[in-house]
Design a protein around this ligand. Structure first.
Ligand code: NAI
Length: 340
């Protein structure tokens, strides 16, 4: 197949538009077979006078099946519900996949980190069910369903098996949350029995975090519920150079939305300082996804071209400030384009 794929581009806000434009430029230089249609969400949609998550944005993703998304700001402690969470729930993008690997030329405390965080993306404490019980007492409901626990476990085991990964570890707190985390852990155990080629282990999340920072190379694929996955993703980003270098995908049975782990970084927005690599890597995941799902060799070839180019740029010391370099967003994109 050689025709172009229509991909919905949601630039987001904060550093979103800057990293989205850098990413788009690199994909174009690599001849990626993509045709973009731009839609908005979050603050950018409100500025257009639309709803925070417009039906036209959701409709475009449903129609084309694939999107690349920049970060969207969520007001803290007040205001609208996270548009990122809304989008994942509305489109049933139940698996958040975040590959974390040590990069050439990016010096951190660890070498040889190569793990994947798989986060359940639709329920847990992100169900958004919060109630005032009485004055001074509030409650937030953690929801777990057998269906969601089982499908995320299956997704993680399946992913490990397809990618030749040898082990899946479930992080949980089933010693305290015996019902919710207990269900999550038991579902994973049950599903793992059907994958004799992949080793399975379960760890209580507090001890698991200690092990992660002692020796991340002992882990391969991690699977956990929503909130733990959110926190552990950022922790893992710290092992390999920070949020500027960790990509992600939100995957459902019918659609996929690719986005970096990082947020809108208001502290550096509009200053040409953001590292576009995390979104660029997410775009490479998207091209590989297109290659796998739609059998597109051109998508695969451009993914390889881009990955080789950014690895080379990093090896040559071409880096943004967050990972010890001095380049701006645009200049790093230039360095990648030069190497394509
Ligand atoms: P953040 O990820 O935006 O920033 C945390 C720190 O990392 C900041 O110091 C920032 O400058 C740095 N950073 C993040 N991305 C970077 C990049 N590409 N290059 C260089 N440095 C980078 O997290 P924060 O500050 O907690 O959240 C800001 C906003 O983003 C909030 O409104 C939050 O709700 C939202 N958010 C959105 C997400 C999404 O759209 N999927 C994910 C996470 C947060």
């Amino acid at each position: 197949m050689s025709s172009k794929h229509t991909v919905v581009l949601i630039p987001g806000d904060g550093i979103g538009p800057e990293v989205a434009s850098a990413t788009r430029r690199v994909l174009e230089a690599a001849g990626a077979p993509i045709e973009w249609v731009e839609h908005h969400a979050g603050l950018a949609a409100l500025e257009d006078g639309a709803e925070v998550l417009p039906e036209s944005t959701l409709g475009a993703i449903r129609a084309h099946g694939i999107a690349l998304k920049g970060p969207c700001t969520t007001p803290v402690g007040k205001g609208f519900k996270s548009v990122n969470v809304q989008l994942r729930q509305a489109l049933d993008l139940y698996a958040a996949v975040r590959p974390v690997r040590s990069l050439p030329g990016v010096k951190t405390r660890f070498e040889n980190v190569d793990l994947v965080v798989v986060r359940e993306n639709t329920e847990g404490l992100y169900s958004g069910i919060e109630n005032v019980i009485t004055d001074g007492v509030v409650a937030s409901l953690k929801v777990a369903t057998e269906k969601a626990c089982t499908r995320i476990a299956r997704w993680a085991m399946d992913y490990a098996s397809r990618r030749g990964r040898r082990k899946v570890t479930v992080f949980h707190k089933a010693n305290i949350m015996k019902l919710t985390d207990g269900m999550f852990m038991r579902a994973a155990e049950r599903v793992s029995e059907r994958y004799p080629d992949v080793a399975f282990e379960e760890l209580i999340i507090d001890a698991a975090c200690m092990r992660l920072v002692q020796d991340p190379s002992r882990f391969e694929v991690l699977v956990m519920e929503n909130l733990y996955g959110d926190v552990v993703s950022d922790l893992c980003a710290g092992l390999v150079g920070g949020l500027g270098v960790v990509p992600g995908a939100n995957i459902g049975d019918k659609m996929a939305v690719f986005e970096a782990v990082h947020g809108s970084a208001p502290d550096i927005a509009g200053q040409n300082k953001a590292n576009p690599l995390a979104l660029l890597m997410s775009a490479v995941m998207m091209l590989n996804h297109l290659a796998e799902e739609r059998g597109d060799e051109a998508a695969k070839a451009s993914a390889v071209k881009i990955k080789t180019a950014y690895d080379q740029a990093l090896s040559d010391g071409q880096k943004t400030a967050d990972i010890g370099g001095s380049l701006g967003t645009k200049e790093f994109a230039d360095a990648v384009v030069e190497r394509i």
